[in-house]
Design a protein around this ligand. Structure first.
Ligand SMILES: O=C[C@H](O)COP(=O)(O)O
Length: 253
């Protein structure tokens, strides 16, 4: 279902106490200041999930996300976390395919397709990240590149399965750099992705899909970026670590 979404991705930041303090601050501000027109997601480290989930009990517009899951159901994979484990601690979403995981952990499109499958099979909603490097943008091949990322990891799904996905377009050159895409650049890519998806799954599924923008999104630029007709919100890194900034971004809708 297409909705306005602001998702925080804390990445590898905050110990548990800091994470709980940040969650409580966000929770209080969201309850006091935010309308029900935005679906808020907190993408927290694995070890925070269970405790943050307890703080969110009974709250109906803030949801919990993990930042990764393993592609296997269970077994001898020391140090890994399964989708079923995430579900058991009340995660609703899982971020998959973030460029940091593609780059530092060598996650390929084929591996991500398996992760998407196992997440869906366990009742988690994948927030599937895609986006091009600066080199690809400078070569002006970004549209083909990002569409191909979706094709390779998501186009094996049934229309019903695809209808559960959230997409996050994150140009790598804008992540953590302070150099955001312009509102026009975000809108242009989102529109092309929506058309690409319509070509495979049909107009209705494409129209119902939420496509988020990520990359140096801040309170000062969120409103303009979110104004694009195909931009349904943001995946927020650095600014999601500060409660005031994160909630101000949510209030951009
Ligand atoms: O997942 C979030 C993105 O990587 C954006 O991070 P950023 O807002 O710090 O640029």
């Amino acid at each position: 279902m297409r909705r306005n979404i602001v998702a925080g991705n804390w990445k590898m930041n905050n110990d548990l106490q800091e994470g709980l303090k940040l969650t409580s601050e966000i929770l209080n501000m969201v309850q006091d200041e935010v309308n029900d027109n935005v679906h808020v997601i907190l993408g927290v480290p694995f070890v925070h999930l269970s405790s943050v989930s307890k703080l969110l009990e009974g709250i109906d517009n803030i949801f919990l996300s993990a930042q990764n899951c393993n592609e296997h159901e269970s077994g001898a994979y020391t140090g890994e976390i399964s989708a079923a484990m995430l579900k058991s601690v009340n995660a609703d979403y899982v971020i998959l395919g973030h460029s940091e995981r593609r780059e530092y952990f060598h996650e390929t499109s084929q591996l991500l397709a398996k992760k998407v499958d196992i997440a869906l099979a366990n009742g988690l909603t994948p927030i599937f990240c895609c986006g091009e490097s600066l080199e690809i943008r400078e070569a002006d091949t970004q549209f083909e590149f990002v569409c191909q990322q979706l094709t390779e990891s998501l186009f094996h799904l049934s229309p019903e399965e695809f209808g559960k996905i959230v997409i996050a377009y994150e140009p790598i050159w804008a992540i953590g750099t302070g150099k955001t895409a312009t509102a026009d650049q975000a809108q242009e890519m989102h529109e092309i992705l929506r058309k690409h998806i319509a070509g495979k799954f049909g107009e209705e599924i494409a129209d119902n899909l939420s496509i988020l923008y990520g990359g140096s999104c801040k309170p000062g630029n969120a409103k303009e970026i979110f104004s694009g007709k195909d931009v349904d919100g943001g995946l927020i890194g650095g600014a999601s670590l500060k409660s005031r900034d994160f909630v101000d971004i949510i209030k951009s809708f």
